[in-house]
Design a protein around this ligand. Structure first.
Ligand code: GCU
Length: 435
C-alpha cells in the first residue's frame, strides 16, 4: 500500500502541473482547493480485507462472501447511497413497438414500456432494446442507461421520446432535436455488429436529476407512497435491475452474460447496481470519479463536501454529510464498493483530461479493490503503469485511460467488448447473409 501511495503522489503531481479546466461545479465561494497534491496522502487507505466488524482480516472467499461483503454493502446502504428501493409489488412489460429489420438490417428493435407499481401508485418508463439478427439462441447483453432519452442514442425515427419532456423541458427547446445527438455515447450499431444486445433507458424517468421536492415527487419513490422518498443513485440503479428483470423474460438473451455500463453519475450507478445485484456478470464503470471509482480519502478533484453540501445532496443518503471534509472518519473508501463486484468482471476507465474525476484516484480505487478479487483466485492485477494513455490493461480486472475529456466514446465500448470476449463471452454477430 505504501508503495502504491507514494507512487500515487508522484503521479498526482504530473496531473497537477497541468492547467486545471474550469468546472461549473466548482464554486469559488466554497473556497476549497480541489487540486492540492499534498492532500492525497492525508489519510491512509483502509485494507479492503480488514473486516468492518473488527474481527481481523478476511482470509478466504467464503469468509468474504458470508461476512465481509454483506457488512460493506450494509455500510454503503446506510451511510453513503441509501438502501436500494424494494422490489415493486407489480411489474409488467409491454412490447410497444418493434421491428425485425432495424439498424439497416443487422438488428431487431424492441421498445418496451416497463410499469412498476406498489401501494402508492405506478410509474412507466421506456426501454429500447437492439438485438443482433443472428442465429444463435443466447446473446450476451449490455444494459446502459442514457441521459437524454432513448432517441438520443438512435437515429431511427420510431424510437420514442421520453414523456417527461412534456412537463420538464430539461433546458431543451425541442426534444426531437436530440434525436441521434449522442450516437457515440452508446454506439448501438457497433455493439450489435460485434454480437451483443444493448438495452437502454433514460435515467431521468426513474428520478429527475434535480434537487428539491418536485423532482423527488416525480421519482419512482412515489409508487411506494407518501414520505417514502429516498436518494437518486439507488433509484437509477433500481432501474437497471428492472431492465434485467425484463431481459430475464427474453429467451434469446444469455442472462448469465449481462453487463451493466454507465458513464459518470451513471458509472457510480453501475457500480452500485453491480455491487448489489449479482445477476450482473460484468460492470463497466466509465469516468465515475468521486463516489464512483475514485478514492475519496485522496481529496483530489471533486470531493464529498462539494457533492453533499452544494451540488448533489439528493444523490446520496443524508448520512454522507458526516464525512464531508471529514474523509478520515470513513472506515471504508470507494475500493470497498468495487470489491463487492468480485469475482465478477469489472472494468474501470478514466479520461486523461478528466481531472475532476481524479484518474489516478480511480485507478488506485481499482488497485486497492484487487485483494478481494485475489481471494477468488485472481492474480493479474494492474499497477500505476496502467496510467499510460490508451494502453488498456485487461487482466483479472480491467482498466484504461483514454486521451481527451470526460466522456464515453466508441474507444471505451470497443474495449468493454474486447475484454468480455477475452474473458470467454460468446458474442452472436448478425448473420449478414440475411440482409
Ligand atoms: C459532474 C459531477 C460528477 C458527475 C458528472 C457527470 O461533473 O460533479 O460527480 O460524475 O457531473 O455525471 O457527468
Amino acid at each position: 500500500m505504501t508503495f502504491a501511495l507514494l507512487a500515487g503522489i508522484c503521479q498526482a503531481e504530473k496531473y497537477v502541473t497541468k492547467k486545471q479546466p474550469e468546472s461549473k461545479y466548482m464554486f469559488e465561494k466554497y473556497g476549497l482547493t480541489f487540486y492540492d497534491a499534498e492532500n492525497v496522502n492525508a489519510y491512509p487507505i483502509p485494507d479492503v480485507l480488514e473486516r468492518l466488524d473488527g474481527k481481523g482480516k478476511t482470509s478466504s472467499a467464503k469468509e468474504w462472501t458470508v461476512f465481509s461483503r454483506p457488512q460493506i454493502i450494509e455500510f454503503f446502504d446506510r451511510e453513503i447511497y441509501g438502501a436500494i428501493p424494494p422490489r415493486p409489488k407489480s411489474l409488467s412489460f409491454e412490447l410497444a413497438e418493434s421491428s425485425d429489420d432495424a439498424l439497416g438490417g443487422i438488428a431487431k428493435r424492441r421498445q418496451y414500456k416497463i410499469t412498476v407499481g406498489a401501494d402508492g401508485g405506478s410509474l412507466t418508463f421506456d426501454v429500447l432494446l437492439y438485438v443482433p439478427k443472428s442465429d444463435t439462441g443466447k446473446i450476451p447483453a449490455f444494459i446502459c442507461p442514457n441521459f437524454n432519452g432513448n432517441h438520443s442514442v438512435s437515429d431511427e425515427k420510431e424510437v420514442f421520446i421520453p414523456q417527461f419532456y412534456k412537463i420538464d423541458k430539461k433546458g431543451v427547446s425541442d426534444p426531437e432535436k436530440l434525436r441521434a445527438q449522442k450516437l457515440t455515447r452508446i454506439p448501438v450499431r457497433d455493439i450489435v455488429s460485434r454480437g451483443f444486445a444493448i438495452a437502454t433507458f433514460c435515467y431521468y424517468e426513474l428520478y429527475p436529476d434535480k434537487k428539491g421536492e418536485k423532482a423527488a415527487n416525480r421519482s419512482v419513490y412515489k409508487i411506494f407512497g407518501k414520505d417514502k422518498s429516498g436518494p437518486a443513485i439507488v433509484a437509477w440503479a433500481w432501474g437497471n435491475m428492472r431492465v434485467m428483470d425484463l431481459l430475464e423474460t427474453l429467451p434469446e438473451i444469455d442472462t448469465r452474460h449481462v453487463a451493466v455500463a454507465g458513464h459518470s453519475r451513471l458509472s457510480k450507478t453501475a457500480l452500485v447496481t453491480g455491487a448489489h445485484d449479482e445477476r450482473f456478470a460484468y460492470v463497466c464503470a466509465n469516468n465515475g470519479g468521486c463516489m464512483g471509482e475514485a478514492l475519496s480519502k485522496r481529496r483530489y478533484g471533486e470531493n464529498i463536501a462539494s457533492m453533499v453540501n452544494i451540488n448533489f445532496p439528493y444523490w446520496f443518503s443524508p448520512n454522507l454529510k458526516k464525512y464531508a471534509d471529514n474523509e478520515g472518519a470513513l472506515p471504508i473508501d470507494q475500493h470497498h464498493l468495487l470489491a463487492c463486484i468480485a469475482p465478477r468482471m469489472l472494468y474501470v476507465t478514466s479520461s486523461a483530461e478528466d481531472y475532476w474525476a481524479d484518474p489516478e484516484g480511480q485507478l488506485l480505487g481499482l488497485i486497492h479493490a484487487c485483494p478481494a478479487f485475489a481471494l477468488f483466485g485472481g492474480k493479474n492485477f494492474p499497477t500505476l503503469d496502467a496510467l499510460e494513455i490508451e494502453s488498456p490493461f485487461h487482466g483479472d480486472v480491467a482498466y484504461h485511460i483514454r486521451s481527451g475529456k470526460h466522456n464515453i466514446t466508441q474507444y471505451d465500448w470497443k474495449n468493454f467488448i474486447d475484454y468480455a470476449i477475452k474473458r470467454g463471452w460468446k458474442p452472436s454477430p448478425p448473420k449478414l447473409s440475411d440482409k
